[in-house]
Design a protein around this ligand. Sequence first.
Ligand code: GDD
Ligand code: MG
Length: 365
Amino acid sequence: MQEAIILVGGKGTRLRPLTNHTPKPLLNVAGSSFIRHQIAKLMDAGVGHVVFATSYLANLFEEEFKDFTQDLEISYAVEEVPLGTGGAIRNAARLLHGPQDAPVLVLNGDILSGLDLRAIVRLHEARQADVTLHLTRVPDPRAFGLVPTDGADRVLSFLEKPKTAEEIVTDQVNAGCYVFRRSVLDAIPAGREVSVEQETFPGLVAGGRRVFGHTTDDYWRDLGTPLAFVHGSADLVTGRATSPLVGSASEALIHPTAVIDPTARVMGGSTIGPRATIGPDVVVNRSLIGADVTVAAGAQLHDSVVDHDSVIGSASLLRETVVGCHAHIGAENELPAQLRLSCGIRIPAQGVRVSGTSTACSAVH
Ligand code: GDD
Ligand code: MG
């Protein structure tokens, strides 16, 4: 039976305030929590046992899957204090059932990818590798682990998050999905913080172990930043990225209980959550609207996320904005791009405008 470990213990700081009360893998993208898309993909690839390496808000994962009835064994390896990526993998490996030589899939919990999981496992076994890393090419590799390989795909070095221009020796980066020989997992030091990127991989390469890369040009995105998160969700809806949980490609995924005014335009792969209300002449473009959100007449949202129970006032404009839950943005606000609005915050009508305000001054001069 194929086994997998998913790393889901990170705090998701770049996605705050959405991650203040929900771990990143449990946020909704294209109608389901991201982890459910990942689980469906793993099951399609024949995985029969998944170990979640949890830490931050760990109990919410058990809550999410308590009624899961499909044919998959789920185990939880909870870290009281976060053990880092390598420590988390080592801690989760305790719960695996397979023999020492078995190939184990290890996945970061925030990667949306079109990688063929069966193919990478087959390749790993054919090469009798100790570890096989999925690699992808990105225009700007600075936020990732750089992984140059030789002509035979052997990994030459591993450099996590290069700091200087000289360190950027390749555009080929760690795509956050690995196949490990089980005995290699078990050799990671136990009971202390270990970074798989900074310690384990460089150590294995320096020790001459059989570490290979598998570079593909499949769809790939790390959903760890707000813009990547909304774009990943939109790509699932429009069919650029695929998930067993998303039906045929469309312009928008609208929950059956949402109410959309016929004059509103919901497009670009947007998702509208349960019981949301979208008013007349609203534009929702490539955005995620959570449950019980109201968007009033004439408001426009582009590349934005609005968490549950929030209100966006009429004629307000949001671009690349993250709105926490229970927030209230009054009418005619024009927010500067890339704002993060805290849960419960209130912005009065005409409170913020990029292009200047004509509202009369309320003070006496
Ligand atoms: N259990 C556990 N414990 N999980 C953790 C911990 C921990 O202490 N720290 C991080 N994680 C999980 C996160 O939840 C996430 O799923 C995964 O490990 C990777 O952490 P990120 O915070 O998303 O890392 P990153 O995106 O900056 O970089 C990683 O992914 C890149 C690909 O997207 C690295 O693996 C890079 O090398 C890689 O290029
Ligand atoms: Mg990440």
